[in-house]
Design a protein around this ligand. Sequence first.
Ligand code: AKB
Length: 315
Amino acid sequence: MKRILVTGALGQIGSELVVKLRSIYGEENVLSTDIRKPNEINGPFEVLDVMDSKRMYELAKQFGADTFIHLAALLSATAEKNPQFAWHLNMGGLVNALEVSKELNLQFFTPSSIGAFGPSTPKDNTPQDTLQRPTTMYGVNKVAGELLSDYYFNRFGVDTRGVRFPGLISYVTPPGGGTTDYAVEIYYKAIEEGKYTSYIAKGTYMDMMYMPDALQAIVDLMEADPSKLKHRNAFNISAMSFEPSQIAGEISKHIPTFEIDYKIDPVRQAIADSWPNSIDSSAAVEEWGFKVEYDLEKMTVDMLDKLSGELKKRG
Ligand code: AKB
């Protein structure tokens, strides 16, 4: 990776990934793009609607990109509200990005998700290669995306790579429209109000990861020796698996008066119930040395500390 174009760069992953990539590869070597302009522009930025394939091609060519990181997509709960639009954006944007990567010979990354699994997938320690019959539009998009990325590698030789992200937790940019978002909201509410009403039921386990580990995973996979990659586009990766009362218990160690109660959102609960409890990341460990630094305990200490500082700054 030397000249990197990122789509969806103002989203939850993109806003932090761009900063990390610029710190490694140089500010001028990372082109941040999004459908909207940021409040403040730091470093190279262009407005890009990923449905506009012509502009996407032109921007990548003008910038002299050698790497394409495609993040623009709707998350699971939003996709369920407007499945037709989700298909249009998630698949249309991905095909455009893969075509540009094929035409300009770019290395390519796009994230898949634990959402690529469904109710018939083995629930615990879900294997790397297993049944994938998701029941959400997001999941359908993710499975199709995994297959399409494999196809562009096998058919056209595009150096496509990807991971199945679990829920990502960070204090910088809140996620929008995901099923795992509760695990971010809970920290905001714990600091601001001392209590949280969870839309996900007690006992519902899902995989999660702290953002610094997710960003490092992207860099490590993109830098990995291609001859070692057997899976390429859909590596299971996870740092922890917990359910709402466990994260609440961890927060209570630092805010002893913190309380959690439950008001279940049937749509997001049904999505969560269709996903694994925990996934097996061993293929990622073996093929490119995937590792994490944060477990629930360490993440909670850092989240509460950094988010308190952020919220004070924001007033
Ligand atoms: C979501 O909840 O939709 C995402 C994901 C796990 O892909 N965070």
